[in-house]
Design a protein around this ligand. Sequence first.
Ligand SMILES: [Cu+2]
Length: 252
Amino acid sequence: MAVDSSQFPYYSFNESANFQAENKRIIIAPNDSLFLMIINTDSITHGFNIKNYVGVNRTILAGDTAYVSCSFSVSGMHIYYDSYNYPNNRYMGLSGMIVVENSTASKFFWNIKEHQKLWNKFISTGTAVTWQNYYPDYFTINGKSNPHINSDTTARVIGKLGDTIRIYIANTGQSVHSLHFHGYHSSIIYSSKHPIHVGRLKDTFSVYRMESLILELIPDQKGEYPVHDHNLVAVSGGHIYPNGMFLTILIQ
Ligand SMILES: [Cu+2]
């Protein structure tokens, strides 16, 4: 269900039979062994893969189960997703985060996506879509839009002056998103697409399709400041402002 209470088909990797728009967030330490059992409870074929990880791609028929084992030797973040009928199934929501870390920083997670309501209906009924004609109208963080995203305690940054805060961002949608922080600069400590950008201190971050990015924020002032997508259509939902990719940071 979208921010304006309209409904459209949406898929997600969940831990149980209870539907959650946000995919299961997997957090492990470097060199941990991760074993996944992926059950396809749908009536159509799905897949599983981890971006930039060789040997885990699976096709999972309706009702079947796949088993995947993997591990990561260094800290970072990876995107797992439905690789079948790509990118359609992934676009429909089937994509989440694998966070590899052992830091003591406070952590927040933004899995960002966007949708064109009509396209979700088309894809769910097997109707072909042409990505060149894609004009999304709903924009989400962890499956939620403003104002609901502000009550997601795993997403909304709340901290104190001088804290070390890490924000894990994955763009699992089809569009590029450009996140602008008001009030604060953050440094890039990991980028899957542009490792050369690590160390840059900025207030606006482009996040490309299927890119994962880790930011470190050390707040130097108190206050409540917005963070939003600077492609301003993404600050709307169903054409209503500000019901999109927009939340606030609260530093006390
Ligand atoms: Cu701005």
